[in-house]
Design a protein around this ligand. Structure first.
Ligand code: 13P
Length: 257
């Protein structure tokens, strides 16, 4: 069985005090429990080091929300893979829809970032997902295929061990409109089929595919219970212990069944 991952993407939220309090609170909420799922938090860059310290030895791991593909140099405003690792990150989110659509990142850049992360041993959570108009036009699968092909070009089967896929339908992000468990399962099954045809069935069966888009305590158990849903990438509801705690709990419960 694939180990579930419950990941929180804090986006451009919190401040130093709130971020460290949230991280410490999550650590307390899971303390004493057998951590049978991966728990990841991705705070804004300036708070990474403090958050890493605040999660202590709770088992929670920390990741960046983006990185650049060059190692160092004249790239004002960018953060390298090595810098993320230097402050204790194990993961980086790449290709998030806000980076694709607000910051205009294309598949080529996302691919370079993915390859740079895995070349240095940093885990990459590659996000894919369709816009509402793409879904309504019946293009969901074509869009997912294009983002998978573009993002994973030149990534070997061996390197895929460091990759997690996150399916985040853009129309469900921050809108309160969650994909139904059936819609999520259908997209995840398609992504797994893509992985099987690009690599092997065995590899496809081993890769985790997270669902993201208005995941909250009330829908987590049902979404995570789908056969091809291996975790959640949570935005808004990852910003409080009251909401993120029960989503982690849902994962823990399912991991035992
Ligand atoms: P929400 O959970 O706020 O919809 O955000 C999802 C997301 O974009 C996580 O990366």
């Amino acid at each position: 069985m694939r180990r579930l991952m419950i990941a929180g993407n804090w986006k451009m939220n919190t401040d130093l005090a709130a971020g460290t309090a949230l991280a410490a609170g999550l650590g307390e909420a899971i303390s004493g429990k057998e951590l049978t799922v991966d728990v990841l938090v991705c705070p804004p860059f300036p708070y990474l080091q403090a958050v890493k310290q605040a999660v202590g030895n709770s088992g929670i791991v920390v990741g960046g929300q983006n990185c650049y593909f060059e190692e160092s140099g004249a790239f004002t405003g960018e953060v390298s893979v090595g810098m993320l690792q230097d402050v204790g990150c194990d993961w980086v989110l790449l290709g998030h829809s806000e980076r694709r659509h607000v910051l205009k990142e294309c598949n080529g850049v996302i691919n370079k970032k993915t390859k740079a992360a895995i070349a240095k041993g940093l885990g990459a959570v590659l996000c894919v997902g369709e816009l509402l108009e793409e879904r309504e036009a019946g293009n969901t699968e074509a869009v997912l295929d294009e983002q998978m092909e573009g993002g994973l070009e030149g990534v070997s089967a061996e390197q895929m061990e460091q990759v997690v896929i996150a399916y985040e339908p853009v129309w469900a992000i921050g809108t309160g409109k969650t994909a139904s468990p059936e819609q999520a399962e259908q997209a995840h099954a398609h992504l797994r089929k893509w992985l099987a045809s690009r690599y092997t069935q065995e590899l496809a069966d081993s890769i985790r595919i997270l669902y993201g888009g208005s995941v909250k305590p009330s829908n987590a158990l049902e979404l995570l219970g789908q056969a091809n849903v291996d975790g959640a990438l949570v935005g808004g509801a990852s910003l409080s212990v009251e909401n993120f705690g029960p989503i982690i709990e849902a994962g823990l419960e399912l991991s035992k069944s």
